[in-house]
Structure formats: structure tokens, C-alpha cells
Design a protein around this ligand. Sequence first.
Ligand SMILES: [Zn+2]
Length: 477
Amino acid sequence: MDYEAVIGLEVHVEISTASKVFCGCANDFHAPPNTNVCPICLGMPGVLPVLNRAMVEASVAVGLALDCTISRWSKMDRKNYFYPDQSKNYQISQYDLPLCHDGHLDIEVGGETKRIRIRRAHMEEDTARNVHTLGAGESGVDFNRCGVSLLEIVTEPDIHSAEEAHAYLTALKQILEYLDVSDCNMEEGSLRAEPNISIRPVGTEELGTKSEVKNVASFSGVQKAIEFEIKRHKKILDDGGEVQQETRGWDADKGVTLAQRMKESAHDYRYFPEPDLVPIVVDEAWEESIRETLPELPLARRARIREAHTLSELDAGVITATKPMADFFEATLSAGAPAKQAANWLMGDFQALLGDAKIEIQDGKINPKQLAEMIALIENATISGKIAKDVLADMFESGKDPKVLVEEKGLVQISDVGELESMVRDVIENNPGPVADFRGGKNQAKGFLVGQVMKATKGKGNPQLVNKILDEALKKP
Ligand SMILES: [Zn+2]
């Protein structure tokens, strides 16, 4: 039988508010264990939490970017459960009245745009972190993370393949980064995605029993876990079995999901309104003031940059992949560089240097003005494109201006016709074989001769001039 996969995604995003969501403790992932804690986030009896205004504003911003309706009135609820990483035995979350609901995110898969509906985005507090790597069979709990601002974004089951799930996560992360509300660092757990997967015979409407996968630390892991689950469900159904509703963990090393526990239903959590927090009222004026702070979002920016500079879809996509990259590109153009050249350098050599050094563009030593200057040096024939590659690598290392480097290292291109003519004469004299080949009709022999002249100039010959002078010299008998 042919099946169709039906996938929903729950994404937890740690919002980078300076302090935690209900107390004044710092939100700092790198602090030593259990140093950013207080009676409130430890859940001592009698304490009173206060909702962080910056968290509400960041959450509304995400909601607006996802075309959600923002609730005029919502509240926080207690989700009751016992687990070592939740010392007060309940998590403050939102149950029936989420802050944001009924939005959507458009993704592109295989050249087609597809709309994924967002069911809700609600605020909650993160849990502490269980650490099982202390050795000697010991585990610890780090409460620094307990109470960190967390936004959970839930889709409708509109996703039908692992590829679509990957595209959704990529587009969502891009929006979160553009909004600058989270560092989205998956390795540090700032962004966690949990897919739920079911399958049904093609052409039927009724949803199959779903399994939910946790502990996936990368987008490619999500993709693989979904592929694994689809196959697993198919096998169970084809063998006449029944899929169990359960939570499974992803084992990245083995590439399999493993049963963890039977999936709870909402009623297992005995939700009730959090009595220590007042309702959240976001009136139209507040919502509008947040809307005004929204930056140009990735899709819009990509379209604008592509049209304004006649770049290809692919180039525009790479240039706008991250906000810092798009900002860098536009600042390079403001500093006078032509769009196509700026795009080529950014996507080519510059990107490679960043990749090798494992840093992001905003953390590098080169600024947009310097890149524009370097491109100008090529455009006005001071250096060749080939030399520019070395100059860029030096700039990347030292942060020095390209002009300074070109002077320091004597890299100015040789455009002196007399000097080049004499080098060309020497090359022709010393290479009678290739010269005869060329004159006999073998055009590829010219490439060798150009190479010899460039070698004589130590790579600094102006390539257009070298070609021109060589052509003329070869015409002479
Ligand atoms: Zn605290």
C-alpha cells in the first residue's frame, strides 16, 4: 500500500532576554553550573514570579513575523508533572490561550512555495538541564537553564516529507535570526525541534497514530529521524500491526529512534491557571509598536535584493541567508562596489575563509568598506583578480586595508607596456617549440605562453595587457 506521511513540528526556542522569564537571574548559557539561580527559578514555596516584558515583546514579534493573530488577552498556566529538571513539579506554560495563534510560514521545496500553518506560539519557562557526564555513575542537575524564556512554536500537520520539515526549520530559524530574538544555537539547545509523525494510506483523510521524536540536535538529524519513523510506521502497518502513540528518542550515532515512554495526553498534566501571575493584555497600540520594530524579513529582503541588483535566485538566496551577510552585502554596495562582484567575492573566497576559520561574517576582521576597496583595486587594474585572492586572505588574517597590503607586499599589477613587451620577447625566444605550435594552428599552445609570461611577472602582469602584447608579438614572423 502507498502511504502519505503527516508531520507536525514543535520547535522550542530560547529567547535571548537578558534575564530569565519570571525572575532577575541572568540568562547565560556559559556560566558555571547553578550560579544563576534564585528562590523563584528554583521554585521555593511562597515566591512570586513576574513575567519578563521583553519576553512578551519578542514573542509578539515572532508571532507577527509568522502572520499570527496576537491574543488581546492570554494567561499563563501550570503544567504539572514530576521530573528532576523541574524542582517545583510544574512548568509555567500557556495552555488554552496562547499568546499567538493561527499564523503561517511559506517555505520553498523543489521550486514550489508551500504554506505551513502555525497553530500556536506560546510562552513558557525552560527546565533545568540534567547532566549525565559527571562520571562514576553520577548525574547532576544544572538549574541555570531553569526559568529561561522559552517560546514553543507548533505547526498544523501540514508537512508531508522530511525535506519539507527541513525547509520549514531553515525558514523559521532564518526569521528568528533576522528578528534577533535568539542565537538559535542548536548545539547549545537554544533551538530544539520535535517532529511528530504519522502515516495514512494515500487518498484517506483520517490521521494515523503518531509518534513524537525528541533529543534531535540538528536539522539533518530531524530529517533523518523523520525518514526513519516513516519507514518504521510503514513496516508495522504492512505487517498488520498497530503503531503505538509514544515518545521516542533519536540516537544520532546509530541513526535510529528508540521508545522512551508512552505519549501523555494534555489531561495527564492537570493544567490550571497560574495563580501567581496576572493575565497578559496586549492591546492594539502595543502590538503596533512592536510591529514597527520588525526588520525586513528574509523573503522580502531576498526578493528586493534580487530585483534591485539583477542577481540570480541562487545568489540572492545565499546573500540573504543570514541578516549579517545581507547587511554586509548592502554595506559593501554603499561603499561603492558593483553588486555582482561583491556577491561573487562574498559567496566565493570570503565565504571559504570564514568556513575554514569557523567564524561568522560579523566576527571577522574584514569590514564592508575594505571589501569594496579591494574590488575597486581590481576594477582600476591596480591588482589582478588572482592577486586579489591573496590580498583578501591577508586582509582576513590581519584586518589591514587592501591598499596598505598591496603597497607593503609590492603587489601592484605590472601595466607598463615596455616592461611587459620585453618579458614577452624573452618568453618567445626561449620557447621556440610552443611558438611554432601556435603559429602552426595549435591554439592551446598560447595558454602555455601566457602562463610563462605571468610566471616571469611573478603573477603581477596585467592579464589583459599580457594577452594583447603576446597576440601582437605572435603575429610577427
Ligand atoms: Zn532566578
